[in-house]
Design a protein around this ligand. Structure first.
Ligand code: SAH
Ligand code: DHB
Ligand code: MG
Length: 221
C-alpha cells in the first residue's frame, strides 16, 4: 500500500476543504501536552461528520468517547445556535482537557460532557426519556460496540444517523480467529449491522493521515 501517497492526498484534501483553525490545532497540541493518545479523527473525517450532521439537519448529537474534544468541536460546529451535543467520556482527565478545548473553540454552550461509563450512562439517558438524537457518533472503547449500538438505537428515531469509528482496524476485521477483543468487538458490530432489521447500513473504508480503518454508517429505518 502506498501509504505515503494516501497521506499526501489526505493533506491535500484537508488543506483545501478542512483547514484547522487555532482552536482545533491547539486541541491536538493539548492532547500531546497531557500525554493522551493521538487517536482523534482527522480533519477530513471531521469535515465529513459535519456534512453528515448538516445532511440530517442535526439539532441533537450524541457522541461516545470525547478524548480531547477534537471530533466534538467539528460536530458542534455543524449545529444550529440552539443545537445540543452530549458527549460521554469515561476518563475525568480527558473530560477536563476537552472542556477547556470546547471553551477555546467557542462551542461550550452547546456541549455537555457526561463523565462516566457509556454502558452506565446510556441506560440512564434512555430511562430519563431523553429526546432522540439526530446523529450519534460512537468512538469509545471497541469491545462493547454492538451493545453501544443497540443502546444508541433506543436513543434514536426513524431517520437518525449512527456513525461508528474504527470498524476495519487495518483490515484485521478479516481475521476470523483474531484474539484481539477490539477486533472481535467491531466484527460483532459489523455482523449485527448486516442483518439488523431496524437500520440500513454500510461501511466506508478510509485511508489517509492515520492508520487504514473505516467508519460504519447506519440510518434508522
Ligand atoms: N472522538 C474522539 C476520540 C475518542 S478516543 C476524537 O475523535 O476526537 C476514545 C475515548 O473513549 C477515550 O478518551 C477514552 O477514554 C474513552 N472511553 C473509553 N472507554 C469508554 C467508555 N466505556 N465510556 C466512555 N468513554 C470511554
Ligand atoms: C484507537 C481508538 C480510536 O478511536 C481510534 O480512532 C484509533 C485507535 C485505539 O484504541 O487504538
Ligand atoms: Mg476512533
Amino acid at each position: 500500500m502506498d501509504t505515503q501517497l494516501f497521506e499526501k492526498v489526505d493533506l491535500y484534501i484537508s488543506q483545501l476543504l478542512a483547514p484547522e483553525d487555532d482552536a482545533l490545532k491547539e486541541t491536538i497540541r493539548s492532547i500531546d501536552d497531557a500525554g493522551m493518545p493521538q487517536i482523534s479523527i482527522t480533519p477530513s473525517q471531521g469535515k465529513f461528520l459535519q456534512i453528515l450532521a448538516k445532511l440530517c439537519h442535526a439539532k441533537r448529537i450524541l457522541e461516545l468517547g470525547t478524548l480531547g474534544g477534537y471530533s466534538t468541536i467539528w460536530l458542534a460546529r455543524a449545529l444550529p445556535i440552539d443545537g445540543k451535543l452530549i458527549t460521554i467520556e469515561i476518563d475525568p482527565q480527558h473530560a477536563e482537557v476537552a472542556q477547556k478545548n470546547l471553551i477555546n473553540a467557542g462551542v461550550a454552550d452547546r456541549v455537555d460532557i457526561h463523565v462516566g461509563k457509556s454502558l452506565e450512562l446510556l441506560p440512564q439517558l434512555v430511562d430519563k426519556g431523553e429526546e432522540p438524537f439526530d446523529l450519534i457518533f460512537i468512538d469509545a472503547d471497541k469491545p462493547p460496540y454492538a451493545k453501544y449500538f443497540e443502546l444508541c438505537l433506543r436513543l434514536a428515531r426513524q431517520g437518525s444517523v449512527i456513525v461508528l469509528d474504527n470498524v476495519i482496524r487495518e483490515g484485521m476485521v478479516l481475521e476470523e480467529q483474531s484474539d484481539d477483543e477490539r477486533v472481535q468487538g467491531v466484527q460483532k458490530l459489523n455482523k449485527l449491522l448486516s442483518g439488523h432489521p431496524k437500520v440500513t447500513a454500510t461501511i466506508l473504508q478510509q485511508v489517509g493521515a492515520k492508520e487504514y480503518d473505516g467508519m460504519a454508517i447506519a440510518i434508522v429505518n
